[in-house]
Write a protein of this length. Structure first.
Length: 474
């Protein structure tokens, strides 16, 4: 029976790889999730069987079943209750839990040598265990505290006893050397722990410094760069799992952790490219904004749904630009209805312009529009759709702000240099937004005040419903 254990882990790793491949396209993403879930199921069953065969007295089924039940209940409740607008916060929180789980497993494994009666391994083995335990603690606890802070940043603050406290964005230049010093301190403690493995002070110091490091890394990062942070934290949670796999000698944990770490890191660099940042800039230069909001000094007269409907009538090409406001109002189905109406009634060509960091996590808009059954071929990435805007009759922007802000083309401010959707190049621009308020980066948007811009002020779902009704009456 023991010879089947490696085969189980190999099957699990293969399912992870196939699942990751399927996640590369929206059409195959659901199947990719199923492959990933099957891979995890196989990994869990294989590990439990291995424990039953190798552990004296067999596995503790009470703890195993209790853990599965509690985890399933918590995960199901959170998945059912979370709204689409809260998905970025949930992803950030899960990243933190993943890192903490890996760090706890590594801690429990190394603890039997620190406090237990087990004989210490000799030579290279103890060095590998202590280095892997220290690195797992560093990455895992840093991921936990950084992810929790990122979650509150995405929420905009925290409520304590009915009072709302805004999450600060603070990072003076002297904080950067502190970050480097904290990392070097952890490496020094790991080195010391190799020489004295039973000294618990080193381990607790590593955990404490790692928790502080997670906070000071995320604290200076502003709202505009949060998609990059979420992606990076996802990568770190996988790296923590891989380190833990080395400690407990679990091959599937090493493979799965390495896959998550590598794919998350690749996605991080893709996000950085979309923001026209480098990763060191995001982590150390606080390009994402200071949290301060620009004061509004200009006004704009709003339009109504009938005016916009008359403008859309006769348009040969319409490009829809979704943003976080669409997620807030949950109007993706009304947007799909709008696209179907004008295509059927006016023969209009409709496309969707997708910015890589629209929303507050990678792929946010793609997930929303896929939920509304928008054809995948209509979802066009920013670099491909931008050249089409000069021939676009009407650009309809739903809740997008920073990703369409011409201020990004300047060399100043939190959005400086960030590639944007060139919606201002369209002949007419229609913006559906509650008000003229600034976006997450806190920068006023000149696009709102252009002569060719029509503002539909109000809730996205209500405005889209009104616009659809007005089109039906034409």
């Amino acid at each position: 029976m023991e010879e089947w254990i490696p085969i189980g882990y190999l099957l699990s790793a293969a399912l992870f790889i196939f699942g990751l491949k399927k996640l590369g396209h929206p059409r195959t993403a659901p199947r990719g999730n199923q492959y990933g879930a099957m891979g995890m199921l196989v990994a869990v069953l294989t590990t439990v069987i291995d424990m039953q065969m190798t552990t004296v007295g067999g596995a503790n089924w009470t703890l195993i079943i209790a853990g599965l039940v509690i985890g399933t209940v918590i995960g199901t409740i959170m998945a059912i209750r979370v709204e689409m607008t809260g998905m970025p916060e949930l992803v950030a929180l899960f990243n933190g839990f993943g890192g903490a789980a890996s760090a706890l497993v590594a801690l429990s494994e190394s603890w039997k040598y620190i406090e237990g009666s087990d004989a210490l391994p000799t030579g290279l083995n103890i060095q590998v265990i202590m280095v892997a335990a220290g690195l797992s603690a560093l990455v895992g606890w840093m991921t936990l505290t950084g992810s929790i802070l990122a979650m509150f940043k995405l929420k905009g603050g925290i409520s304590v006893f009915g009072k709302w406290f805004k999450t600060p964005t603070w990072g003076p230049t002297w904080l950067n050397p502190v970050k480097v010093l904290l990392v070097l301190s952890v490496f020094a403690l790991i080195y010391l722990s190799i020489g004295d493995p039973r000294n618990t002070d080193y381990l607790w110091a590593i955990i404490a410094i790692s928790c502080i490091l997670g906070i000071v890394l995320v604290l200076p990062i502003g709202g505009a760069d949060m998609p990059v942070v979420v992606s990076l934290l996802n990568s770190l949670s996988g790296i923590a799992a891989a380190f833990t796999g080395f400690i407990i000698g679990n091959s599937v944990l090493i493979v799965a952790g390495s896959l998550v770490g590598a794919s998350g890191l690749i996605l991080t660099f893709i996000m950085c490219k979309a923001m026209n940042r480098t990763l060191p800039d995001v982590l150390f230069k606080s390009f994402g904004g200071s949290g301060e909001k620009a004061e509004l000094t200009r006004t704009k007269v709003g339009s109504d749904a009938d005016e916009v409907a008359m403008m859309v009538d006769g348009a040969q090409k319409v490009i829809i630009v979704p943003g976080y406001g669409m997620a807030v109002s949950q109007c993706q189905h009304q947007v799909k209805e709008f696209a179907d109406l004008i295509a059927e009634k006016f023969g209009t060509e409709v496309k969707y312009a997708i910015h890589p960091v629209a929303g507050r996590m990678p792929g946010h808009m793609n997930v929303l529009l896929a939920e509304a059954n928008v054809p995948y071929e209509q979802l066009i990435e920013m670099d491909e759709i931008n050249p089409e805007f000069p021939e676009c009759d009407v650009a309809v922007i739903i809740g997008a702000n920073d990703t369409t802000n011409p201020a990004a083309r300047s060399g100043e401010g939190p959005l400086a240099g960030m590639p944007i959707i060139d919606a201002d190049a369209a002949r007419t621009v229609v913006i559906i937004k509650r008000s003229l308020s600034v976006g997450y980066a806190g920068v006023d948007n000149d696009l709102f005040y252009m002569d060719k811009t029509m503002m539909l002020f109000g809730d996205g779902k209500a405005m889209m419903t009104g616009l659809n009704n007005a089109i039906k009456d034409i």
